[in-house]
Design a protein. Structure first.
Length: 323
C-alpha cells in the first residue's frame, strides 16, 4: 500500500486529482499540502475521506517524518493575475517546492509534476509538440511562471538522467471547469463570474487569440493515466489538453448568449499574451491508451456556468438560458 503526497491538493486541479486518486485500491494515505494561496478551503468537502490528511503549509516548508511512494507537485498559481502579483512566491513554490518534495520521496518512488503549455511562450509552431523549444521571454512579465516551470522540468529530467528518478511531467493547456475560484483570473472563470454578476465580459485585445480549452474531467483522466494508470518507459514531458482550438472572443460570445443581457467590452491587450495555444497530442494518444478530451467546450462551459451559479451566484440561476 502506498503513501502519496499532493501539493496544491485543495486547488482547482488538485482537488479533482485527489478525487481520482481516491478510487485507487493501492493507496493507504494521501497527504494534501496546501497554503490556500490560490486553493480553496471549500474544496476540502470534495475530498473528505479517512485516507486524506490535510496540512495547511507552504510546500517549501512542509516536513514529514515518513517518506512517500509518490509525490504529485501541483502547488503553483496558474493565472497571470496571481503570479504577476507575487513572482518571487511563484518561483519559490515551483522550484524550491520541487527541491523540498524530492527529499520526501522514497528511493524508487515516482515524482509527478504539472507543468504548462506556457513553456512554449508565444509559439511560432502550431500545434505545439513536446519537442518544440518555445519562444519565451525569460525576463518578461510572464517569466516568473514560464521560467520556474521550465526550470523545474530541467531539475526533474536531470535527476532522471543522473540518478534514475522516475519522473512524469504533464504540460497542461488551458483547463477550466467547476471548483475554480471566482477570482481565479483566467478567461473562462472571469467571463462566467462577470456574466453572473451582471457585468460586461472584458476581452483583452481583439479576442482573436486562440486557446485549447480542456474541460477538467477530461484533463484529470489524462493526468491519472499519465501519473499512475498507464505503464510505459517514455521519459519526457507529455502535452495534456484539448486539440480543438477556439478563440477567446468566441468563448465570451457563447457565455454571453447563455446569460441574456450580457455585454462584451474590449480592453487593451494583456502584455505578451500568446496569440495561440494548441497541443500536438501524438505522444499522449500513444502513451495513454488513446486518451483525448471528449467534452466539447459548449457542454463544458454549460457545466461550469451551472456550477458557478449554484455555488457562487444561487440567486441568478434562473437567468441562464437552457440549451
Amino acid at each position: 500500500m502506498k503513501r502519496v503526497l499532493v501539493s496544491g491538493g485543495l486547488g482547482f486541479l488538485g482537488s479533482h486529482l485527489v478525487n481520482s486518486m481516491l478510487k485507487r485500491q493501492d493507496v493507504e494515505q494521501i497527504v494534501v499540502v496546501d497554503n490556500l494561496w490560490t486553493g480553496s478551503a471549500g474544496n476540502e468537502k470534495y475530498i473528505r475521506d479517512p485516507r486524506v490528511k490535510i496540512s495547511n503549509a507552504d510546500v517549501e516548508n512542509f516536513r514529514s517524518d515518513r517518506l512517500f511512494d509518490e509525490v504529485l507537485h501541483l502547488a503553483s498559481p496558474a493565472s497571470p493575475v496571481w503570479y504577476a502579483n507575487d513572482p518571487t512566491r511563484t518561483i519559490s513554490a515551483n522550484i524550491i517546492g520541487a527541491f523540498r518534495l524530492k527529499e520526501l520521496l522514497k528511493p524508487n518512488g515516482r515524482f509527478c509534476y504539472t507543468s504548462t503549455s506556457e513553456v512554449y511562450g508565444d509559439p511560432l509552431v502550431t500545434p505545439q509538440p513536446e519537442s518544440y523549444r518555445g519562444s519565451v521571454d525569460c525576463t518578461g512579465p510572464r517569466s516568473s511562471y514560464d521560467e520556474s516551470k521550465r526550470c523545474t522540468e530541467a531539475f526533474l529530467f536531470e535527476n532522471n538522467r543522473v540518478h534514475g528518478l522516475d519522473v512524469r511531467v504533464a504540460r497542461l493547456f488551458n483547463v477550466y471547469g467547476p471548483r475554480t475560484r471566482p477570482d481565479d483570473g483566467r478567461a473562462v472563470s472571469n467571463f462566467v463570474s462577470q456574466a453572473l454578476s451582471g457585468e460586461a465580459l472584458t476581452i483583452y485585445g481583439d479576442g482573436e487569440q486562440s486557446r485549447s480549452w480542456g474541460y477538467v474531467d477530461d484533463i484529470i483522466e489524462g493526468l491519472s493515466r499519465l501519473f499512475w494508470k498507464a505503464d510505459f518507459d517514455y521519459v519526457g514531458p507529455v502535452n495534456i489538453g484539448n486539440g480543438r482550438e477556439i478563440s477567446v472572443i468566441d468563448v465570451a460570445r457563447y457565455i454571453a448568449d447563455l446569460v441574456p443581457g450580457t455585454q462584451l467590452v474590449h480592453c487593451p491587450p494583456a502584455p505578451q499574451d500568446p496569440t495561440n495555444r494548441c497541443p500536438d497530442l501524438t505522444v499522449a494518444e500513444r502513451l495513454l491508451n488513446g486518451w483525448r478530451c471528449r467534452t466539447d467546450y459548449e457542454t463544458g462551459i454549460r457545466h461550469t456556468l451551472d456550477w458557478f451559479a449554484e455555488n457562487h451566484f444561487p440567486r441568478l440561476r434562473r437567468k441562464l438560458k437552457r440549451a
